[in-house]
Design a protein around this ligand. Structure first.
Ligand SMILES: [Zn+2]
Length: 198
């Protein structure tokens, strides 16, 4: 990175726990469920397997089953994957829950409220402007770049919109990495000089 004129600061978005599920309970109508410790149920029917991920209503504890695999031939499973289901492997639980296909198939959305954090370096080794930051996501937490940048820098969202140039739209939620550049407060920002942000 010696060719870089300025230090690129690493910011990391990562989960602190598994997100809850926005999923309506058929008993109490609550709209929040949890995987808890994470448990699968595997049911063999001849050469076919059903795999479910069990979730629990946070209000009344009612357990529901989310379909992971339905009547899938045993031979289509990777043995390690199957072991993961049988052992309730936390990594397999996380990967299954965070797979967008599971949400699509079982009609729920993930509730990331309070389940993630932004880690920023405590100090800037290089005080020169502009500021360059690369944001890395270790988990697919959906955030609006403008909101994340405002939080990370302790600025208002208006100021972010004025001073930041980002390689993706600032107001559209994303869950993958991006980079941005922020100019010093008293300079016209790059975004004002080139493409105006809306
Ligand atoms: Zn309930």
């Amino acid at each position: 990175m010696s060719s870089q004129p300025h230090t690129v600061l690493p910011w990391v978005v990562r989960r602190t726990r598994l997100p809850l599920l926005s999923l309506r309970c058929v008993d109490c109508r609550s709209e929040s469920a949890t995987t808890g410790e994470g448990r699968f149920r595997v049911n063999a029917n001849g050469k076919l397997l059903d795999v479910w991920l069990l979730v629990r209503c946070v209000s009344c504890d009612r357990t529901s089953k989310l379909t992971v695999h339905e009547r899938a031939p045993v031979r289509s499973f990777d043995p390690t994957e199957l072991d993961g289901y049988h052992a309730n492997d936390p990594e397999v639980v996380a990967a299954t829950l965070l797979d967008p296909l599971l949400a699509q198939r079982n009609r729920f959305t993930l509730d990331w409220n309070g389940a993630w954090r932004l880690k920023t370096p405590p100090t800037r080794p290089d005080q020169a402007w502009p500021l360059h930051v690369e944001v890395v996501f270790t988990d697919p937490v959906p955030v609006r770049p403008e909101r994340l940048i405002a939080q990370g820098l302790g600025l208002s969202r208006n100021e972010v919109l004025r001073r930041v140039t980002c390689d993706i739209p600032l107001r559209r939620p994303t869950n993958t990495g991006f980079t941005f550049t922020m100019t010093a407060g008293d300079q016209p920002s790059a975004s004002q000089r080139s493409a105006p942000m809306r």
